[in-house]
Structure formats: C-alpha cells, structure tokens
Write a protein that binds this ligand. Structure first.
Ligand code: SAM
Length: 214
C-alpha cells in the first residue's frame, strides 16, 4: 500500500499534468488531508482524482475541479472569499491554506454542523452559515472572490451584487445534467465573462437556484 505522502504526490503530479500549474494551489492540495473530509470507509479513494459521496446524498468535488476553480478564482492572501456549498469543508480548507478569509454557506444542517466541527478541529478559522447561499451573505459583503460549488440554472443576482468591483465570481451554470464554468469579473461598468469546460455538479437549490422538485 502506498504511503499517504506518495498518494498525495501522485495526485499533485496528475493535477500538474492536467494543467494546474499554480504552485500555491498544488502545495495546498498536498497539505490538506482529503481523507479527513470523507468517510473512513472511502479512505482508499481519498487521493484518486474523483468526486466522492458524502452524507445527505451530496459530494466532495473531484480534486481537479477544486484546483481548476481555485485557479480561476486567482486567490491572493487576505482576499475575502464567499463560498456557496460548504459540503465537506474541503474547498474551504484549500482557500484558507491560500490565505483567504473564508465565509462559507451550506443549506443542509448536518453538513453545516459536521464541517463546522471538522474545520475548527483542524485549526481553520472559517465563518460558516446555514442558509440558502443564493441569497449570499450580505452582512460581510462585498467579497473579493465568490465561488459556487453547486450547479446553478442562472447566475444569482444577489451574488453579483455582493461582489466587489474587480472581484471574481466562479460558478457552474447550465442544466441539471451538465454545466459550464463561468468566470465573471465585475468591472466599473458591468461584468466581463469567460466560460470553460463542461462539469457535473450537484444542483444549487434555492431562491435563485433550482427548486427541490426539479
Ligand atoms: N465545496 C464542497 C466540498 O469541498 O466538499 C463540495 C460541495 S457539493 C459538490 C455542493 C454543496 O452545495 C452541497 O453540500 C449542497 O448541499 C450545497 N448547496 C446546494 N444548494 C445550496 C444553496 N442554495 N446554498 C448553500 N449550499 C447549497
């Protein structure tokens, strides 16, 4: 059986070969122990480049997706970052390792409670909220960066409003089956937008998202 360090090294090399060249992100992926964010029954799969099931029929995203979205977010130390979809807490931990001041919202109480305990036990100082993330978190707005880790039907207006000028919003948008990653920069007179690759996320459910029955 491979040592954890060896498994992590292979994952980092794999991500580099797939185009993740940002060294700080690769270091963060190496440092954060992904096995802590999944059930112990899945331990053997922790450093495979795959999404894995977590509780409440949700997922921890594929490491490539986490790295790709984080690279698109252009995180700088001290950035105030809002994440929608805390899930396991893994993406929040990666953003903390990059020096972000992280605010994260989850709509499922059990996941919110689990990740709150886990992130604190690992020493990450993250602000967590249980609510519909399509509404954003107005109290601490504006944010330098916003990352949405669930697939949206449209870009929520609330999130655009809560993004600072010059800020970046990374969000998968599309149908329930498949989404493209939208990387939106807020400018003085509107927004500029790029779209990348096809991804498959669990749905963003909420007022400006999908409805539970969709
Ligand atoms: N970032 C997570 C991680 O690192 O494990 C993975 C997120 S998982 C792919 C998507 C998460 O978004 C799920 O936990 C889901 O419950 C949550 N979610 C869906 N709609 C939401 C909403 N409107 N507000 C907050 N969280 C939402």
């Amino acid at each position: 059986m491979l040592l954890v360090e060896e498994e992590k090294r292979k994952l980092v090399e794999h991500l580099w070969s797939k185009g993740i060249k940002n060294e700080d992100i690769l270091k963060a992926i190496y440092k954060v122990n992904r096995e802590r964010f999944i059930s112990s029954a899945l331990r053997k799969l922790a450093y495979d480049d795959n999404a894995l099931p977590i509780e409440c029929a949700q997922t921890i995203s594929q490491p490539f997706t986490v790295a790709y979205m984080t690279q698109a977010l252009e995180v700088k130390p001290g950035d105030k970052i809002l994440e929608i979809g805390t899930g396991s807490g893994y993406q929040a931990a990666i953003l903390c390792e990059l020096g972000g001041e992280v605010y994260t919202i989850e709509r499922i109480e059990k996941l919110h409670e689990n990740s709150k305990k886990l992130l604190a036990s690992l020493g990450y100082k993250v602000h967590l909220k249980l609510c519909d993330g399509t509404l954003g978190w107005e109290e601490f707005a504006p944010y330098d960066k916003i990352i949405v880790t669930a697939g949206a039907p449209v870009v929520p207006e609330n999130l655009l409003t809560q993004l600072s000028t010059g800020g970046i919003l990374v969000i998968p948008v599309g149908s329930i089956e498949s989404q493209r990653l939208h990387v939106i920069t807020k400018t003085e007179d509107g927004t500029s937008e790029k779209k990348f690759e096809h991804f498959k996320f669990v749905p963003l459910i909420g007022e400006e998202g999908w409805k539970p029955e969709d």
